[in-house]
Each structure stands twice: as structure tokens, then as C-alpha cells.
Design a protein around this ligand. Structure first.
Ligand SMILES: Cc1cc2nc3c(=O)[nH]c(=O)nc-3n(C[C@H](O)[C@H](O)[C@H](O)COP(=O)(O)OP(=O)(O)OC[C@H]3O[C@@H](n4cnc5c(N)ncnc54)[C@H](O)[C@@H]3O)c2cc1C
Length: 462
């Protein structure tokens, strides 16, 4: 019989790991520092509405979180986003993206007619079709790949706001391999991003014709993603989740580990660190001094979400759109979701509901402003861009300090080095490592639990 596993961190990654271990018959306990489980999955009450304060949707093409929801009996409450386009902020106001994945056009004519860029910028983007491919396959930044293929203007005005925005990151630092490896594959296989995007779109169309419809791009959970957290806790067993119990130290003991909190000691055969990398760094320092600096070197960016509920009669002021992204430095907000368009709900009545993002690599100082100033500034920008009233009826700022790990160039090599350097029986999982969204956290949890249960003997040798 194998001994228990202690999981440090009760966010999605930690809870999913513990749940999978329990399903495989292994005892597992979760230590969570806060009084509530779920980590970044949180809701907030604004104007009588319960709105998502952290993540709000699951990416359909990465099936692991959706599968977990179904497994936990939440399948009927998965709701696809309304079929409305996404816009990008330009000097000419909001424009629809040219058709194609990741803002990379599949239609040259449409790209050349797109009014959001100069003619020179569009011709340079079309140059992607003729430029030779890159020699070598070492990791590079998204910015380096995009600028090389489609030029600076298309990179900065079209693609970077979408791709960099997902990480609140700077495309000139983010790793292609760790974020969007398909872009490198397109260049390798088709010699061009535009041709790669077109091949991707054709393959999707063929699948649709063959009756294999693509999964919805985004899904939300009716009642909020918090329900996934609660369902995981329920399935795990509430008694296995210790809230308000930050792990303070991990010590080796004969045959395993001892995890200390302020008032407890838990014996474990294995320890899973599902907390942020900087917290994991402190915990592993005495056990693996060479690994701690590698964990601590994963940079994090602070962001804020601003939730705004507008007065009755404002719903139609919003364009028919899921929202917009903003090229770096053009506005204080980096993106906005038109919640009442993308995820319409009866409870909204005819009120416009908007969620804005503030702060990203290079503009984190905005998050430090007082709430009232943030709300006023954000509302003013929204009023100028989409014609909403100057003031919302209710608003709330939720700050996310050090919440977005940055997958910089070489990230995956660093993660491999971390994993290899940890002592036997100590593992890391979650947003900081091999995929930053909830679906990838669930996939990592599934894979780690399978690895731990496949090696049932006591891992540490004292
Ligand atoms: C504003 C925002 C919007 C997002 N939108 C989306 C989205 O729409 N879709 C999507 O898929 N993803 C989204 N994400 C990313 C998503 O939130 C994360 O991928 C996911 O929630 C990370 O889960 P995790 O378990 O790895 O980490 P966390 O949720 O960060 O959980 C880690 C937990 O560890 C705990 N902890 C820390 N130190 C200790 C300790 N010493 N002892 C015990 N516990 C400790 C923390 O309290 C925390 O609960 C968003 C993130 C943010 C910030």
C-alpha cells in the first residue's frame, strides 16, 4: 500500500490532481493557504449580479477541463459563447479581425482591404508568402517569429494583442514553443504563416463537412466556474481539503516527506506543489537548492479585472461583439469582454455588462491606482470607444498580484530542468509550467496523477 500524497495549493491544478489520485485509489490531502478553495477561480458580486472575477471560460479545442466538467456531472451546464465576432482597437475604432486563426488572415484579398493598417504594413504582411523559412529550430520569441514573417505593423496591431493578451505578456519575450508552437509548425511545414493558417482553416472546414463539427471556441459554466471547484471538492471529500493551512516547510523523513503547516504535520510519500512557482521555490529551497532559483526565475505579471454593470437600457449600446483587444500602449485597458453579448443571461435584463483587463507586462503600474480612479478611467475609455454612458451603475476592481506566469523564451527547457532536479516524490503542477489556462492545468493534473499512481512505491529514501 502506498502512503498519502500531500498537494500544496487548492486551485484547479491541485484539486484536480488530488481528485485523480483519489479516483485511482491513492490517499491525497490538499493544503490551501486561503480560507476558500479554487485559487484564481473566483466570482464577485457587482450590481446584484454574480460575475466571474478571474477566469470566465474554457477553451473548447483543449478538451480536458470540459471533459472533467462532464465527468463531475456539470456537462449540461456548459454553455458555448454566443457566435459574435471579436474586435481589435485601431486608429479607426473597433474593427473585426480578418478571418483566420490567431488574427492571421487566411484570405489575402481580405487582408489587403482591411482598413486597420497602412498599405505598406499590409504588403509587408503579404511578404510572408514569399520569404524563406527559418533555418534551425531552437526556441524564439513570438515577436521574433511574427515580425520576421508578417512584419512589425501586422504583429503589433493584429496578432500580438490577441496572443500576448492571453498571457498578459510581451510577445517579444514570450516563447513560441511554450505558447503557440503551431505557429512554428506552420512556418516549418508550409513555409508561411498565412499558408499555415489557410491549411488549418481548410482542415477545420473539411472536418465540419465530414460531420465532425469543431468544438465551440469558448465555453462557460452556468453559475460560474466556481461550480467546478465545488464539484471537485465534493468528489475529493471535504475532509481532505485543509483550508487556511499554508504549507510552511517540507522535510525529508525516512521513506518520504513531512509537510508542516502552522499547526500540523502531515506525513507523505509524495508532495505535489500546485502553488505558484515563487511559493514552490521557497518550499523546495532546503530540499533542492539548485531548483529553487529556477522556480523563482519564472516571472509573474500583476493584472486587474474591472467589472462594470451599466444602467437599464444600455445593452444595445454595445456592438454585436464578444469584445476587443488593444495593441500595446494604445489604451490603458488591454482588453474588454462584452459579457452581456458574449454570455447573455436573463439576469442582466437590458443592462450592458463589461469586463475589462488592466495591466500587462510593461504596464503593471496601472494596477496600483486607487479603485475609484481605475473605474473612472476605464469607464471613460469605454464610453469613447463604444458609446456607453460615462459611468456604470456599479463597478468593482479585482486585483491579481503576480497572477500571470510568463513563459519566456526557453521556458520549457527551464521546466524540464526543474522537473529533473526535484527530489524523487516531489512534483510541480499548474499554471506556471506546461500550459497557463484551466484546460492545460487539468491536463497536467491528469498526467501527474497517472505518473504518481504508476510508481506506487515509497519514492524518497530518507
Ligand atoms: C484575470 C484572469 C483571467 C483568466 N482567464 C482565464 C480564462 O478565461 N480561461 C482559462 O482557462 N484560464 C484563465 N486564467 C488562468 C487560470 O486562472 C489559471 O490557469 C488557473 O486558475 C491556475 O490554477 P492553478 O491551480 O495552477 O493555480 P492557482 O489558481 O493560482 O492556485 C494556487 C493555489 O495555491 C495556494 N497557495 C499558495 N501558496 C501556498 C502554500 N504555501 N500552501 C498552500 N497553498 C498555497 C494559493 O492560495 C492558490 O489557491 C485567468 C487568470 C487570471 C488571473
Amino acid at each position: 500500500m502506498s502512503g498519502p500524497v500531500v498537494v500544496v495549493g487548492g486551485g484547479i491544478a491541485g484539486l484536480a490532481t488530488a481528485y485523480r489520485l483519489r479516483r485511482a485509489g491513492r490517499e491525497a490531502f490538499v493544503l490551501e493557504a486561503e480560507e476558500e478553495p479554487g485559487g484564481k477561480v473566483r466570482s464577485a458580486e457587482v450590481g446584484g449580479l454574480e460575475l466571474e472575477a478571474g477566469p470566465d471560460s474554457l477553451l473548447g479545442r483543449k478538451p480536458w477541463a470540459v471533459e472533467l466538467c462532464r465527468e463531475l456531472g456539470l456537462g449540461d451546464d456548459l454553455v458555448p459563447a454566443a457566435p459574435v465576432p471579436t474586435h481589435v482597437y485601431t486608429d479607426r475604432g473597433l474593427l473585426r479581425f480578418p478571418s483566420g486563426p490567431f488574427g492571421i488572415s487566411t484570405d489575402l484579398g481580405e487582408l489587403l482591404r482591411w482598413p486597420g493598417m497602412s498599405l505598406a504594413g499590409k504588403l509587408r504582411a503579404a511578404g510572408d508568402l514569399a520569404l524563406p523559412g527559418r533555418a534551425g529550430d531552437e526556441d524564439e520569441s513570438l515577436g521574433s517569429l511574427l515580425r520576421r514573417r508578417i512584419g512589425d505593423e501586422a504583429t503589433e496591431r493584429l496578432v500580438a494583442p490577441l496572443l500576448g493578451g492571453l498571457f498578459a505578456g510581451d510577445v517579444d519575450r514570450l516563447s513560441v514553443r511554450a505558447t503557440f508552437p503551431e505557429l512554428a509548425a506552420w512556418e516549418r511545414e508550409h513555409g508561411s504563416l498565412l499558408l499555415g493558417a489557410r491549411a488549418e482553416a481548410r482542415a477545420a472546414a473539411a472536418r465540419r463537412r465530414g460531420g465532425e463539427g469543431p468544438p465551440p471556441m469558448f465555453l462557460r459554466l452556468r453559475g460560474g466556474l466556481r461550480r467546478l471547484v465545488l464539484a471537485l471538492v465534493e468528489a475529493l471529500g471535504r475532509e481532505r481539503l485543509l483550508l487556511g493551512s499554508p504549507a510552511r516547510a517540507i522535510e525529508r523523513r525516512s521513506g518520504g516527506y513531512r509537510v508542516r503547516t502552522d499547526d500540523r504535520e502531515l506525513e507523505a510519500d509524495a508532495v505535489v506543489l500546485a502553488c505558484p512557482a515563487y511559493a514552490a521555490a521557497e518550499l523546495v529551497e532546503p530540499l533542492a537548492p539548485a531548483v529553487a532559483p529556477l522556480l523563482a526565475a519564472i516571472p509573474y505579471v500583476s493584472t486587474a479585472v474591472v467589472l462594470l454593470v451599466y444602467p437599464a437600457g444600455t445593452a444595445d449600446a454595445l456592438p454585436v461583439s464578444s469584445g476587443f483587444v488593444v495593441p500595446r500602449g494604445k489604451l490603458a485597458i488591454s482588453a474588454a469582454t462584452f459579457v452581456s453579448r458574449k454570455w447573455p443571461e436573463e439576469a442582466f435584463d437590458d443592462r450592458a455588462v463589461v469586463r475589462c483587463f488592466l495591466g500587462a507586462a510593461g504596464s503593471e503600474d496601472l494596477v496600483e491606482e486607487p479603485d475609484a480612479d481605475i473605474v473612472e478611467g476605464v469607464a471613460r475609455q469605454l464610453a469613447a470607444v463604444v458609446g456607453l454612458p460615462d459611468r456604470p451603475e456599479a463597478a468593482r476592481v479585482i486585483r491579481w498580484p503576480r497572477a500571470m506566469p510568463q513563459y519566456e523564451v526557453g521556458h520549457l527547457d527551464r521546466v524540464t530542468e526543474i522537473e529533473a532536479g526535484l527530489p524523487p516524490g516531489v512534483f510541480v503542477v499548474g499554471q506556471a509550467y506546461r500550459g497557463a489556462g484551466i484546460p492545460d492545468c487539468v491536463r497536467q493534473a491528469n498526467e501527474l496523477a497517472a505518473r504518481i499512481t504508476a510508481a506506487p512505491t515509497s519514492p524518497a529514501s530518507g
